[in-house]
Design a protein around this ligand. Structure first.
Ligand code: ZN
Ligand code: ZN
Length: 183
């Protein structure tokens, strides 16, 4: 079977985890997990591990890639956002249920204990949340580039402070009035 990213490289059988084999690409470092094998592994392994939050990601991950076709059944694969602070997507085949992971993605998921949650990740519930998170991050980046990081931090603080006040409207009126002493 050929690598869906490199196209011509032949995939080699390897071990991705205890009791989990994958087909690995020696060129791009990607891994193909057959659908049935993953579900079997999840059943043996269980998926009760608590998610580890706030792990800083230091692994070198691949750049977001182009759409790819399933190496097994040639279906165009669907990209699923991981979210939870991880900004990459996984490719999933709706036909054979196989999963493609770019280099280091399994390791990044494992560090957060998300590697046993891929079945949940492929649900619309998870995806809605991940897209909301990605949109928020894009908005934060826009505000930072518009205001600068320091001013963005300051205005966020003021916003939070205003939200704690019962007379928020009055305070806002004072703030935006060109001459609040001319009344
Ligand atoms: Zn490859
Ligand atoms: Zn497939």
């Amino acid at each position: 079977m050929k690598c869906p990213v490199c196209k011509t490289t032949e995939l080699i059988t390897g071990k991705l985890d205890e009791n989990l084999t994958s087909l690995n690409c020696p060129d791009c470092g990607g891994n193909w997990i057959r659908g049935a094998e993953y579900w079997e592994w999840v059943e043996r392994h269980g998926s009760e591990l608590a998610e580890r939050l706030h792990e800083t990601e230091t692994l070198s991950l691949a750049e977001p890639g182009l759409p790819i076709d399933c190496p097994e059944c040639r279906f165009r694969m669907v990209k699923y956002l991981v979210g939870r602070g991880l900004s990459f997507s996984l490719d999933h085949c709706q036909g054979c249920k196989g999963i493609w992971l770019d280099r280091n993605e399994w390791e990044a998921l494992k560090k957060r204990n998300l590697h046993d949650d891929l079945n949940t990740m492929f649900t619309s519930f998870w995806q809605t949340e991940a897209h909301r998170e990605a949109k928020k991050k894009r908005m934060i980046d826009i505000y930072i580039s518009r205001f600068g990081a320091d001013d963005y931090g300051e205005i966020k603080r003021i916003r939070w402070w205003l939200d704690t006040k019962t007379n928020k409207e009055e305070l806002m009126a004072y703030l935006t009035d060109r001459d609040p002493y001319a009344a």
